[in-house]
Design a protein around this ligand. Structure first.
Ligand SMILES: Nc1nc2c([nH]c(=O)n2[C@@H]2O[C@H](COP(=O)(O)OP(=O)(O)OP(=O)(O)O)[C@@H](O)[C@H]2O)c(=O)[nH]1
Length: 133
């Protein structure tokens, strides 16, 4: 497979509520099983990051969010593919969260995020969030 084919772009949501941030755990049957991540997914052709997040968060968690500022994209090379994460700060607008795909979810203070077993691509983001007030 060419590098181009194995390089995916993923929009992910840093959802904040009362100073806490939502973390979701991938299921045992997904790729990167049981790793923690920020909810979101692959950008489809012609889709904006905001549209992607609204679609993915509705599918995965049944919630509608307000998409705010974008953070610096991060690129990570896994053994079998490369991912560029496009993180966005978000607030929940509507919906009772239901886990349609994930194994678990939790709300943590920024400095507590590092206690979870995150997907490798996320670690620079975890460090950045932990430094913010
Ligand atoms: N949503 C999300 N995905 C992440 C994060 N970090 C990270 O490495 N990823 C990777 O980015 C990809 C997201 O794609 P997806 O969520 O639409 O894909 P998927 O579960 O259907 O994966 P699959 O196509 O590998 O089965 C996954 O391979 C996931 O492991 C993150 O913080 N949030």
């Amino acid at each position: 497979m060419s590098d181009k084919l194995s390089h995916i772009h993923v929009a992910c949501a840093i959802i904040k509520k009362d100073g806490l941030i939502l973390a979701t755990q991938r299921s045992a049957t997904m790729s990167l099983p049981l790793k923690w991540e920020f909810p979101g997914g692959k950008l489809e052709t012609g889709e904006s990051a905001e549209q992607c997040l609204q679609r993915e968060l509705q599918e995965e968690l049944g919630i509608v969010v307000r998409v705010g500022a974008g953070l610096e994209p991060l690129t990570h090379r896994y053994p079998t593919f490369t991912v560029t994460l496009h993180p966005f700060l978000c607030d929940t607008l509507q919906g009772q969260m239901i886990l349609h795909e994930h194994n678990a979810a939790c709300w943590l203070a920024p400095h507590e995020l590092a206690t979870l077993d995150w997907a490798e691509a996320d670690w620079p983001l975890i460090s950045l969030l932990a430094q913010q007030p």
